[in-house]
Write a protein that binds this ligand. Structure first.
Ligand SMILES: Nc1ncnc2c1ncn2[C@@H]1O[C@H](COP(=O)(O)OP(=O)(O)O)[C@@H](O)[C@H]1O
Ligand SMILES: [Mg+2]
Length: 349
C-alpha cells in the first residue's frame, strides 16, 4: 500500500491517485490537517512487535501495511479550537513529535525521505552541493550585510544582478527581480532580512526538469515576447512550453546532485543560456509539475505513479483495490480536483 501525505485538494496527489486507481494499486491519502481533532493515531509496542493504526470517521486503517510513502504536501495540524495559547503550543509540539516520529518508525520507502526533503529545500545548501558536483551555478551572494551586498552589485553592475527570496509559497510569493540602479540605495535594507543576490543569467529558455527516480522530463519555457526577462512566471499565459532534451553530461551531473541530496524526486530549475550552457538555479524537492504536464503533455503524473508502484512489492495486497483517505472527508476514494487555477496558477515552487 502507498501512503500519500497530502490533502484532498492537492491536484498533484489527485492526478497520481487517479493513475494508481487505474493501475488498481491500493493507496492511502493521509491528511495531517485532520490530526489530532478528527484523526486518531496509535502506535502500540508489545515485545518486538510494533503496530500502527489510524482511526478516522470511525474507520480503522492499518498503517503498518504501507510500504511506500510519498511526502507530498504535509499540512499543519489542527488542534481543538479554543485552547489557551500555552497549552496549544505544547499540544502542537507533542503532535509534531508523535507524527514526525511515526514517519521514521513506519517501515516505508520514501519519495522523498521527509528529513532529507527538509534539508534539501534550503537554497544555500543546494547551491553549494550543485557547485560541488560540477553543475554550473550563477555567482551568488547570500547576505544580510549591506557592505557585502554593495560590493557584489559594484562588481557585477546593477541591472546585471538579480535578487530573490529563499522561500516561494503561494501565501508570500515574490518573483526574481533584476536590481535596478535606483534600487541600489535600498541595499541597506538587507540588514533587516537576508537576500539572495545572483549574477543575471541570460536565457535562451528556462528549463524545468522534473526528475523521478531515473527518469527526467525536461521542458523548455520561453517567456512571453516582450515580457519580463528574469522570471517567466510573471506571464504564465504568454509563456510557451515545449518538451526538450538536455545533454547527457548535464543529466549525469543532475543524477549525481540528486544522489548527494538523497532525493528521489525533484523539480529542477535551470537556465539554458544563448551559448547553450545549462545553469542550475534550484531544486524543489516537492516541486510542482502539473503546470508543465498540462502544457507539454509529458506523462509526469503517470511516471510518479509508476515509480511509487515500482517501490511497492505487489505480493503484499490481494485484498484491496481502493484508495482510502485518512483525514479526508470521505474514507474511501478521493474527490478529483481540477487543479488550482489551472492556466493561471503560479507554481509555488
Ligand atoms: N540568476 C538568475 N538570472 C536570471 N534569471 C534568474 C536567475 N535566478 C532565477 N531566475 C529566474 O527566476 C525564476 C525563479 O528563480 P528560482 O531560482 O527558481 O527561485 P524560486 O522559484 O524559488 O523563486 C527562474 O525560473 C528564472 O526564470
Ligand atoms: Mg524556481
Amino acid at each position: 500500500m502507498i501512503l500519500i501525505v497530502s490533502h484532498s485538494k492537492d491536484d498533484h496527489a489527485a492526478a497520481v491517485i487517479g493513475e494508481l486507481q487505474r493501475m488498481r494499486h491500493p493507496t492511502l491519502l493521509f491528511d495531517t490537517a485532520r490530526y489530532p481533532a478528527r484523526l486518531r493515531l496509535s502506535q502500540k509496542l508489545e515485545a518486538m512487535r510494533t503496530e500502527f493504526h489510524a482511526v478516522c470517521d470511525g474507520e480503522r486503517l492499518d498503517l503498518g501495511s504501507c510500504r511506500v510513502g510519498w511526502w507530498r504536501r504535509p499540512q499543519a495540524f489542527a488542534l481543538e479550537p479554543g485552547m489557551p495559547n500555552e497549552a496549544a503550543a505544547f499540544a502542537y509540539s507533542e503532535c509534531h513529535e508523535a507524527v514526525a516520529g511515526l514517519w521514521h518508525a513506519l517501515d516505508l520507502t520514501w519519495v522523498n525521505p521527509p528529513h532529507l526533503d527538509e534539508v534539501a529545500h534550503h537554497k544555500p545548501y543546494q547551491l553549494r552541493v550543485a557547485a560541488e558536483v560540477g553543475l554550473k551555478v550563477p555567482r551568488t551572494l547570500i547576505t544580510n550585510d549591506p557592505l557585502e551586498a554593495r560590493q557584489f552589485v559594484v562588481q557585477h553592475g546593477a541591472d546585471r544582478v538579480v535578487y530573490k527570496t529563499f522561500l516561494a509559497s503561494e501565501a508570500c510569493w515574490r518573483e526574481t527581480r533584476i536590481l535596478r540602479t535606483k534600487e541600489v540605495e535600498l541595499l541597506d535594507h538587507v540588514r533587516l532580512a537576508p537576500v539572495i543576490f545572483q549574477e543575471f543569467v541570460p536565457a535562451q529558455a528556462d528549463l524545468r526538469v522534473t526528475i523521478i527516480g531515473e527518469r527526467m522530463f525536461a521542458a523548455a519555457i520561453h517567456s512571453a515576447p516582450g515580457s519580463y526577462s528574469a522570471d517567466y512566471r510573471m506571464d504564465m499565459d504568454g509563456a510557451s512550453f515545449e518538451p526538450t532534451s538536455i545533454p547527457e553530461d548535464v543529466q549525469a551531473l543532475l543524477r549525481n546532485f540528486m544522489r548527494r541530496l538523497g532525493l528521489v524526486y525533484g523539480a529542477v530549475d535551470l537556465r539554458r543560456t544563448p551559448n547553450g550552457e545549462h545553469v542550475f538555479l534550484e531544486v524543489n524537492p516537492a516541486g510542482e509539475w502539473r503546470f508543465v504536464e498540462e502544457r507539454t503533455a509529458q506523462p509526469i503524473s503517470r511516471a510518479m505513479a509508476e515509480h511509487l508502484v515500482s517501490l511497492d512489492p505487489p505480493a503484499e495486497y490481494d485484498h484491496a483495490h481502493e484508495t482510502k483517505a485518512v483525514g479526508a472527508r470521505r474514507s474511501v476514494g478521493i474527490r478529483r480536483t481540477p487543479g488550482r487555477g489551472a492556466r493561471h496558477a503560479i507554481p509555488s515552487n
